[in-house]
Write a protein that binds this ligand. Structure first.
Ligand SMILES: Nc1nc2c(ncn2[C@@H]2O[C@H](COP(=O)(O)O[C@H]3[C@@H](O)[C@H](n4cnc5c(=O)[nH]c(N)nc54)O[C@@H]3COP(=O)(O)O)[C@@H](O)[C@H]2O)c(=O)[nH]1
Length: 708
C-alpha cells in the first residue's frame, strides 16, 4: 500500500493510525475502529508510518511488532525522537505474549500493549481508555508547565519538607530563586540553611515550629546566594493537610524588588533629600515614641528648634546649589554635635535622640532622658559654636549663625504640636533679641502664647460682630500738598479694650489664617469708600491697601479682587496694593507671576517698607512696580542722621532710575518735608499732615490742599 489511506469515522473526533504489514488485518482493524467512530489512517510498516505521521495529525497509534523495512520497536524509538511524537500514545500489538517482548516494547517507548490475536469487541474500549489517559497526561503536563512558568514570573517557588528526614522537595522556581543547581532533597535543605542570614535564623526556626503546631506562618529573611548577593525572601509554611507534624509545605518568594521599592518609598516619605536626615513626619514619629516612653518612665525630653540666621541671603547670593551644600554641611555638624554625648540615629528603631530637617533652614533636635537642663544648654551651646565656624562655599568663606528655641516635656507641653510650637516661639524670641543664641520656653512666653490664643479667639468674634473699621491716612503731593490718595489701615474697636493696634493683631490674624477673610473685608470696604468719594465728585485719587504675606500667596486673592472691583464699580487703576519688600523677595519667582497678573488687572503696585529687607536688584528691575515707599525708620531721624540721609537719597535716586514714584512715610516734621522735597520725593505720608482717620474726617481732605 502506498500514500495515506484514511478511513473516516462518523464522529471523526480521534484519529487512530494502524501499522501492520498484514493487509487483511489492517483492513479489518480499520473497519472495526471506524464502526467505533474513529478516523483511521493505515501504514504497512514503521518507515511508511513515520512518513504518514509527519503529515497527518494522529491521536493514537496501534503498531505491529514484526514488519518488513522497519519493525515496531524501531518505529517506536524513531517516533519518540519527533517533537510531536514524544508523548503520542502507542499500543504495540504483539503476537508473542511473553514478558521479554513486552519489556522490549516498553523500553522502546510503547505506552501499552495488546496481544494478538486481537480481541475485537474489547479493542475499542482499550483505545478509548488509552486516549483518555493520554489526554489527562497531556493536560497535567501543560498545567505543570504553566504553573512552573507562573512561579518563574512571580519569583515564587513551592516546597514540601519532612523535618525528620530533612528532605526538602522543591520546584524549579525554588532552585532558581536560590540560584542553586537541581540537587537531592537533603542537599537542598543544607544549602537553604546555609543561605539564611544568621540574624534571621531564629525567626526561621520559629516559623517552622509554628507551622508544625498547625499554625500557618509567614516570615521574611535575607538569603545569601552562592554568588554572594543578598536577596529578600518571603516564606510561607503550613502543615501538609492530614500529614504528620513533620510534614510541611509552603512557598518561597523572592521579594527583593518589592523591598527595595518599599525602602525607596520610605526614604522619599521620611527623609530629607538634601541632608539625608529624617524629615518632619519621621521626626514626629520619633517624638511620639519618645513621649510615650518618657510618660512611662517619668523622664523629660528636650525639643530644640533651630533656624539658621542668614540662610536666605546666602541662598540668594550664592545660588540654590550652594544653599543645598550649606544645609548638608550644617546637618553633618549637627550630627557630630549630638554624637558627643548623645547618639543621633536616623531611624525609629532603637532611637533615643534624634535630629531632623523640617524644611528650609529649620532643624529640630530631640534629646531624651534629660536629668539636668544644664545638659540641654551644653548641647545647644555646642551646636551654636559648631555652626558658627566658617564654611567654604563655592570659593567663599561663609559664616552662619543660628537661633535655637527649646521646650521641655512635660514642663512646656505634653504633645508633639505644643512642644514644637513652644520651641518655635522660644526660637523667635532669640531672633527678636538679635539672633545667634538659645532661649528656653518660659513663663513669659507661656503668658504671651496664652494671650495670643485669647486674642485669636476674640479676633474670630470681632470679625463676626463687625468690630473692625478702616481709618484712612492721606498721601500728599510733596509740592502741591494736595491729597493724591489714601492708605486704608484697619482698626479694631474692641468692646472692652477700646482701639487695638493692627501691629498687635495682624500677626495673630496671619498665623491663624484669619487674615484672608479680614483682608478681603479691608479691600472691599476700602473700594466701597473710594467709590463713594468718587461718586460724591472727588477727582481720581488712589486707595492703597496693605497685602500681608498670606494674602499675597492666597490663590483666590485675584478672583476675590476681581469680584470686589465688579461689585463696587471702582476703577481698578485707582486701587493700589502695598506689599512689603520682604514678602516680595521671599519667593521672587512667584511674586513676579502674581504681580504681573495684578498689573494686567490694572492695579497699582507699591513696595512697602523699602530698605528694611534686602532686594535683589535683578528682580526689582523686572517687577511691574509703580511706587517705592521709603520706610519710616529712615525718615525718622532726618535731617540729623547722616546715614539715614544717605539711604533716603539713594532710595529716591534708585526709584527715579527705575522710573517709579517714591513716597516717604512717617513724615512728622517740616524739616523732614523740606529735605524730601529737595530730593524730589514725590509723595509724603505722615503725622505732619494727618494720622490715619475715620472716613468722615478723611473725606474733606480731598478737596482742601494742606499747608505748612
Ligand atoms: N495686612 C494688613 N496690614 C495692615 C492693615 N492695616 C494696618 N496694617 C499694618 O499694621 C501695621 C501697623 O499699622 P498702623 O498702626 O495703622 O500704623 C500705620 C500708621 O499709623 C503708621 N504711621 C503713618 N504715619 C506715621 C507717622 O508719621 N509716625 C508714626 N509714628 N507712625 C506713622 O505707619 C503705619 C503704616 O505703615 P505702612 O503699612 O508700612 O505704610 C503696619 O505694618 C500696617 O501696614 C491691613 O488692613 N492689612
Amino acid at each position: 500500500m502506498s500514500g495515506i489511506d484514511i478511513h473516516k469515522g462518523n464522529n471523526g473526533l480521534h484519529t487512530v493510525m494502524v501499522i501492520d504489514d498484514d493487509e487483511l488485518l489492517r483492513e479489518v482493524m480499520a473497519e472495526t475502529l471506524q464502526e467505533d467512530g474513529y478516523t483511521v489512517v493505515v501504514a504497512s510498516n514503521g518507515q511508511e508510518a513515520l512518513d504518514v505521521f509527519k503529515h497527518s495529525p494522529v491521536d493514537l497509534i496501534l503498531c505491529d511488532v514484526m514488519m518488513p523495512v522497519m519493525n515496531g520497536y524501531d518505529f517506536c524509538e524513531n517516533l519518540r525522537q519527533l517533537p510531536n511524537g514524544r508523548n503520542m500514545p502507542v499500543i504495540i500489538m504483539t503476537g508473542q505474549d511473553d514478558i521479554e517482548a513486552i519489556e522490549k516494547a516498553f523500553d522502546c517507548g510503547a505506552t501499552d500493549f495488546i496481544s494478538k490475536p486481537v480481541n475485537w469487541p474489547v479493542i475499542g474500549h482499550r483505545i478509548q481508555y488509552t486516549l483518555r489517559a493520554s489526554q489527562a497526561i497531556k493536560e497535567a503536563t501543560l498545567n505543570a508547565k504553566l504553573l512552573s512558568e507562573a512561579q518563574r514570573i512571580a519569583k515564587l517557588g513551592n516546597w514540601s519538607w519532612d523535618t525528620d528526614t530533612k528532605e526538602m522537595l522543591v520546584s524549579a522556581a525554588t532552585y532558581h530563586i536560590f540560584r542553586v543547581p537541581r540537587t537531592s532533597p537533603c542537599v537542598f535543605y543544607q544549602m537553604l540553611l546555609k543561605s539564611i542570614h544568621p540574624d534571621d535564623r531564629a525567626a526561621f526556626d520559629l516559623a517552622v515550629e509554628q507551622a508544625q503546631r498547625d499554625c500557618p506562618s509567614d516570615i521574611e529573611f535575607t538569603a545569601t546566594l552562592p554568588n554572594g548577593t543578598a536577596r529578600d525572601i518571603h516564606m510561607h509554611a503550613e502543615r501538609i493537610p492530614d500529614g504528620t507534624t513533620t510534614q510541611l509545605f509552603g512557598t518561597f518568594q523572592d521579594i527583593t524588588e518589592r523591598k527595595n521599592a518599599e525602602a525607596e518609598i520610605r526614604q522619599l516619605a521620611y527623609y530629607d533629600a538634601i541632608t539625608g536626615l529624617p524629615n518632619r513626619t519621621l521626626f514626629k514619629e520619633h517624638l511620639q515614641q519618645a513621649l510615650q516612653q518618657a510618660q512611662r518612665n517619668g523622664t523629660r525630653i528636650a525639643v530644640m528648634f533651630l533656624d539658621l540666621d542668614n540662610f536666605k541671603r546666602i541662598n540668594d547670593s550664592l545660588g540654590h546649589k550652594a544653599g543645598d551644600q550649606l544645609l548638608a554641611e550644617i546637618s553633618s555638624r549637627l550630627q557630630q554635635c549630638i554624637r558627643g554625648t548623645d547618639v543621633a540615629t536616623k531611624d525609629i528603631q532603637g532611637s533615643s535622640d534624634s535630629l531632623a530637617r523640617l524644611g528650609g533652614d529649620e532643624f529640630t533636635l530631640m534629646l531624651t532622658d534629660i536629668k539636668d537642663l544644664h545638659h540641654v544648654s551644653t548641647v545647644a551651646e555646642r551646636v551654636l559654636k559648631s555652626l558658627s565656624e566658617p564654611i567654604m562655599l563655592v570659593g567663599n568663606r561663609v559664616v552662619v549663625t543660628s537661633s535655637i528655641g527649646v521646650s521641655i516635656y512635660p514642663d512646656d507641653g505634653n504633645e508633639i504640636d505644643s512642644l514644637l510650637k513652644h520651641a518655635d516661639a522660644a526660637m523667635y524670641q532669640v531672633k527678636y533679641k538679635g539672633r545667634n543664641g538659645v532661649f528656653f520656653y518660659d513663663d513669659e512666653l507661656r503668658q504671651q502664647s496664652q494671650n495670643r490664643l485669647q486674642l485669636e479667639s476674640e479676633l474670630y468674634k470681632a470679625l463676626k460682630n463687625d468690630e473692625m473699621t478702616l481709618f484712612y491716612q492721606p498721601k500728599i503731593n510733596a509740592n502741591t500738598l494736595k491729597v493724591e490718595g489714601f492708605e486704608a489701615l484697619i482698626r479694631w474697636i474692641h468692646p472692652e479694650k477700646g482701639m487695638v493696634s493692627p501691629a498687635d493683631f495682624i500677626p495673630v490674624a496671619e498665623d491663624s489664617g484669619l487674615i484672608i477673610p479680614m483682608g478681603k473685608w479691608v479691600i472691599k470696604t476700602a473700594c466701597q469708600q473710594l467709590q463713594a468719594w468718587r461718586q460724591a465728585g472727588a477727582e481720581p485719587i488712589t486707595m492703597a491697601v496693605n497685602l500681608s504675606c498670606h494674602q499675597f500667596s492666597d490663590h483666590q486673592l485675584l478672583e476675590a479682587v476681581e469680584q470686589i472691583i465688579n461689585e463696587t464699580g471702582v476703577e481698578s487703576e485707582l486701587l493700589e496694593f502695598e506689599i512689603t519688600e520682604s514678602v516680595l523677595m521671599q519667593d521672587a519667582e512667584t511674586a513676579m507671576r502674581v504681580l504681573n497678573e495684578m498689573k494686567q488687572m490694572g492695579m497699582k503696585l507699591s513696595v512697602d517698607d523699602f530698605g528694611t529687607g534686602y532686594s535683589s536688584m535683578a528682580y526689582l528691575k523686572h517687577f511691574p512696580l509703580d511706587v517705592l515707599k521709603i520706610d519710616r525708620s529712615f525718615v525718622m531721624d532726618i535731617p540729623q542722621d547722616k546715614q539715614d540721609i544717605t539711604i533716603t537719597t539713594a532710595i529716591i535716586s534708585l526709584a527715579k532710575a527705575l522710573e517709579l514714584n517714591v513716597v516717604a512715610e512717617g513724615v512728622e516734621t517740616t524739616e523732614q518735608l523740606e529735605f524730601l522735597r529737595s530730593c524730589e520725593c514725590d509723595q509724603i505720608q505722615g503725622f505732619l499732615f494727618s494720622p490715619p482717620v475715620p472716613s468722615e474726617k478723611a473725606g474733606p481732605m480731598i478737596y482742601k490742599p494742606f499747608s505748612v
